[in-house]
Design a protein around this ligand. Structure first.
Ligand code: SF4
Ligand code: SF4
Length: 362
């Protein structure tokens, strides 16, 4: 397992276990949760399709509660055991209480305003006192950090503007980022700018829908008429600024085993640069940090240099610092053009390295 540090101090696993887990016939949730924990997963999301797995999480994780992190959604209700979305404060209080009881915990690491996709949802959450309730729980130490889940960049910015948000769940994948699919909200640049803002402001992103609801995994349903693999999608998400963990929606232990194979996958199995052949023209020319241009004959980490540059331009002082600590910088580029030939996204790194060197020498 690999871990990434949040600005709030926790080291969380880059793969998390989330709400897709099922307790239906032949699919034993406890076995899957135990397997997840034994394999280093320490981050668990509870926007679940059904209520039944909550007790299984409680049974397995109660004894190691101080070693794991729970992301609980205020607005995810479970009527008759099935997921429902609601904005009423009393319903939410009852649901959160029931979830905590089943999870055998008296605190929530990340208390999330759940599923904000319309401006009106946010107004209603505030008018109904739900946001105040989470803040009150934070003051009481029951909620350690406040977050939100959304598919909409515009709304994400608005919620982040409150200054209260420390973590965000957002849907990221090559389809949505390049204007394909049900939740492809916002233009490509708007979405990428949001990730940069999160990185800059220390707001960790946990990724939902990394496979676009599975549509990316099948050529028949992929918006690009070509299937991607789970490992390509996971790597794509992990390369985005701000991203700390990916929630791949494993239904059971078998799915989880398959996903965890990501860590043993060869670099070429994770290489998602194929998406460069079907990104829209207006997204061309922007580095997506995929590393496909490696190796650079001069030894430069082209993706990382681009990432630090983009973040520094967005005002991230830490990124500027990281850049200055790189052993090889843009000024070490020998303009050989190898990366330009390899880049499927049509970036001109010979020119870009000059631009980056000038920026940091200013
Ligand atoms: S320059 Fe192109 S190939 Fe290299 S990391 Fe950026 S997008 Fe990928
Ligand atoms: S152009 Fe510069 S960054 Fe690109 S491969 Fe050559 S030396 Fe490396």
């Amino acid at each position: 397992m690999e871990y990434r540090k949040l600005s709030t101090g926790q080291d969380i696993s880059v793969i998390a276990l989330g709400g897709a887990l099922q307790v239906s016939e032949g699919q034993r949730a406890e076995e899957a949760i135990d397997f997840a924990y034994e394999n280093g997963i320490n981050f668990f999301d509870f926007a679940a399709a059904e209520e039944a797995p909550f007790a299984a999480y409680g049974n397995i994780l109660a004894s190691v509660r101080n070693k794991v992190y729970f992301q609980v959604h205020f607005g995810a209700l479970y009527r008759d055991g099935k997921y429902a979305w609601g904005l009423d404060l009393d319903d939410i209080k009852k649901s959160v209480d029931a979830q905590m009881k089943a999870l055998k915990t008296d605190y929530i690491d990340f208390g999330f305003i759940h599923c904000l996709d319309e401006e009106q949802d946010w107004v209603t959450y505030c008018d109904n006192g739900v946001f105040d309730y989470i803040k009150e729980l934070k003051r009481d130490g029951v909620v350690r950090h406040i977050g939100c889940s959304t598919h909409t960049p515009k709304l994400a910015h608005k919620i982040i503007d409150t200054g209260e948000i420390e973590h965000m769940m957002f849907s990221i994948n090559p389809a949505y980022d390049f204007n394909h699919g049900a939740y492809a909200s916002g233009e490509t640049s708007e979405r990428l700018n949001l990730y940069e803002r999160c990185e800059k402001e220390g707001i960790g992103i946990s990724v939902m829908k990394p496979f676009a609801g599975g549509t990316l995994l099948d050529a028949a349903t992929s918006p690009f008429n070509q299937a991607l693999t789970k490992y390509q999608c996971i790597q794509y998400c992990l390369d985005k600024p701000g991203v700390k963990t990916v929630i791949p929606g494993a239904f059971n232990k078998k799915h989880l085993e398959e996903v965890l194979g990501f860590f043993d996958a060869a670099p070429e199995e994770r290489d998602y640069s194929i998406i460069g052949s079907f990104t829209p023209t207006d997204a061309k020319g922007r580095c997506v940090y995929c590393n496909h241009c490696q190796p650079c004959p001069a030894g430069l980490d082209v993706a990382l240099i681009n990432k630090y540059y983009d973040l520094a331009k967005a005002g991230d002082e830490l990124a500027e610092d990281h850049y200055r600590n790189l052993e090889l910088k843009a000024s070490d580029c020998i303009s050989c053009g190898h990366c330009n030939e390899r880049c499927p996204f049509g970036t001109d790194q010979v020119a870009k390295m000059k631009e980056i060197a000038e920026y940091f020498d200013r």
